[in-house]
Design a protein around this ligand. Sequence first.
Ligand SMILES: [Ca+2]
Ligand SMILES: [Ca+2]
Ligand SMILES: [Ca+2]
Ligand SMILES: [Ca+2]
Length: 322
Amino acid sequence: MKLKNSCLFLLMVIGIFSCGNPDDNSGLVAVPPRDLSEVIVEDDAEILAFLQSHFYNYEEFQNPTADFDYRIKFDTIAGENSDKISIFDSGSLAGVEFGMETISVSSVELLSASDEVVDHTLYYLVARQGVSETAPTIGDNTNVRYEGSLLTGEVFDSSVEQPIQFNLSRVVRGFGNGLEYFKSGTGPIENGDGTFNYEDYGVGAIFMPSGLAYFSTPENNIIPLYAPLVFKVELFSFEKDSDFDGDGIPSFMEDLDMDGNLNNDNTDDEDEVNTFSPNYADTDDDNDGILTIDEINLNDDGSFLSYRDTDGDGIYDHLDDN
Ligand SMILES: [Ca+2]
Ligand SMILES: [Ca+2]
Ligand SMILES: [Ca+2]
Ligand SMILES: [Ca+2]
């Protein structure tokens, strides 16, 4: 499984860089990452060029045959396919031009030399919307099949046969944020041979600029620096209101600044210089020695009921080490 969280890796890199001048002694000269605001312009242009020059097998999705596998395929608009409708014009694409929100990315979290917050557009193509009532949140555990590739079509990672479990905050940011727009299917349905199937699940693709992926940290010797990525996705199922750390608070509620990113909310970060554990992955959020689950109120069934503020200072007990 290579679809790791770039943010946690980057935080480790910050630690290394902050230990001293990289020009000293080693003879190695660190190349500072490029400015985020410069890279996003290039990435967005590359993504748009791809969306306008390629189509997906929309005809198969519109009039599926009995044996259609509901897998997305891309091809260029050329030759015998020169009359196909581009992904951009397909009516199945969403992104900022289509009324969706942008995602704010802090250059500091990507080690970019610039100190800026830059809006990023995440484009996603919904070829088939799933049938579940709700979509997963950024904190939920999901059961997905996927294939990650460069815009050139070169595949760098996939799980296209068997579904795999991902928590949407433990993967690259664009993948987690993109899956929030898909619904899941029905199942599992036992096939009789020990395998399981799902039906009517969401199928689509997510197109992300490098600032929502690996940016300046190349992966697997395949993903180059500053590479926009595309992920084909199939969302079989998800666990609603997942509680990743089991502290009684659903993960999505541990996004204190409500920016849709759970990896930048760490109440006791001063105590975790080398062991950064954001609140959604920390059983003692304020590091006062009392577990979070013992500082909140739970229902009889163990689900979240309410927060406590014993000393009335406006800071909840589990975030208040005083
Ligand atoms: Ca939790
Ligand atoms: Ca946050
Ligand atoms: Ca923590
Ligand atoms: Ca505590």
